[in-house]
Design a protein around this ligand. Structure first.
Ligand code: GLA
Length: 372
């Protein structure tokens, strides 16, 4: 369909195995890039405009390079405009071009469609501008686009794994230093199953930003007694010794972050050693913490996780992503996956009243650039 385009540039959606709501606290996270992704077809057009169209939308926009910000409130174009604007702000060359976007990450699923769009657009702009792709810089600019043009004060996890993910591997990322290592996902006779609660989630932005502020307050208060630069550097023992400094809600938020960081290290080791039952137990513990201490799960994700956890072939299940809707990820014996899906979907519908949805997807690479 796209014979006249010069390049095809893809970046991935993601599922986070563990390390939820810790990236903006300097913690480690363990996400995987998915084969659900965003592809940008791009060609130079020798004009002073960026022309955008989408395979899934009946809409076309033509944006003069000198008037990018006029489109920063456009429902769909704002992410692209934001990336183009910040790309130039960072000293890169922006050329007139035609883009066609094809996104297979379902919007609102919590599998990071926006990171996939931002990262692939930046990689595409770099490619037609004749520049080398520096994944780390692209992830950082994509994160800024999310902050400035979508209003979500997100961490770096989604954009980083969207750029750097690797097929059949999880990425253990230290969000403080941006150092990372790949951990092969070898699940033997088990599989990861991703199910969308399909909850319409409208409060995500405000609630997400509120949680981030709560963790910043926790750090500020703890710094009265501890010499630390981020919440991820605080141990559980230190938190307990400072409990009196924190209002109850702020204590719970900090407790989630600190215990979740411990769970990430544990999971990374367990995965490397193939201790899948241990991984499952930690997934369950993570969900409990996100539900009770961080309060980002809600009845839909709690219901979905509970039906999953109660299935005999499931080693563990948790919500993944920001929460307030979105998906669960479960570790399930492969030969029972069909029964697992049927029973979880049925249970969920009977309690919540509408259907959840299973996504078929694999662990894939991050940015892929193809000359057409
Ligand atoms: C969203 C954000 C990430 C991260 C997760 C929660 O996906 O974009 O930076 O904070 O929520 O772990």
């Amino acid at each position: 369909m796209n014979e006249n385009y010069e390049y095809k540039v893809t970046a991935a959606g993601r599922v986070n195995i563990i390390g939820e709501h810790v990236d903006y606290c300097g913690g480690k996270v363990l996400p995987c890039a998915l084969s659900l992704n965003n592809t940008v077809y791009i060609r130079r057009n020798n004009s002073d405009c960026i022309n955008i169209e989408w395979t899934t939308l009946d809409e076309k926009v033509s944006i003069p390079l000198e008037r990018l910000l006029d489109f920063s409130f456009h429902k769909y174009a704002k992410y692209i405009v934001g990336c183009a604007y910040l790309w130039r702000e960072h000293g890169h060359r922006l050329v007139g071009c035609d883009l066609k976007l094809d996104c297979t990450v379902p919007f609102g699923s919590g599998l990071s469609s926006s990171a996939a769009i931002e990262v692939s657009v930046l990689a595409a702009l770099a490619t037609v501008g004749g520049e080398l792709i520096i994944n780390k810089e692209i992830a950082q600019i994509a994160q800024q686009a999310e902050h400035k043009f979508a209003g979500v004060m997100c961490g770096i996890m989604d954009q980083f794994v969207s750029a750097n993910g690797k097929k059949d591997n999880a990425l253990l990322l230290d969000c403080k230093t941006l150092e990372f290592e790949y951990i092969p996902i070898k699940l033997r006779d088990y599989s990861l199953v991703i199910i969308d609660s399909c909850k319409p989630h409208d409060l995500v932005v405000s609630k997400y930003n509120e949680r981030r502020q709560e963790t910043e307050e926790a750090l500020r208060l703890l710094q009265n007694k501890l010499d630390v630069n981020c919440l991820a550097d605080v141990s559980s023992e230190q938190l307990e010794s400072c409990r009196d400094l924190l209002p109850p809600v702020i204590y719970k938020r900090a407790k989630h972050v600190i215990t979740e960081c411990e769970r990430v290290s544990f999971t990374a080791t367990a995965l490397k050693n193939g201790y899948l039952a241990a991984v499952g137990a930690v997934l369950n513990a993570s969900h409990k913490s996100l539900s009770e201490d961080y309060e980002v799960a809600g009845v839909e994700l709690d219901t979905l996780a509970r039906f999953a956890q109660n299935h005999p072939a499931c080693l563990g299940s948790r919500m993944t992503g920001a929460g307030f809707g979105g998906c669960t990820v479960s570790l399930v014996k492969t030969d029972s996956v069909a029964d697992f899906k049927a029973r979880v979907l049925e249970g969920y519908k009977s309690q919540i009243g509408y259907d959840a949805k299973v996504y078929e997807t694999d662990i894939s690479d991050g940015i892929i650039i193809q000359k057409l």
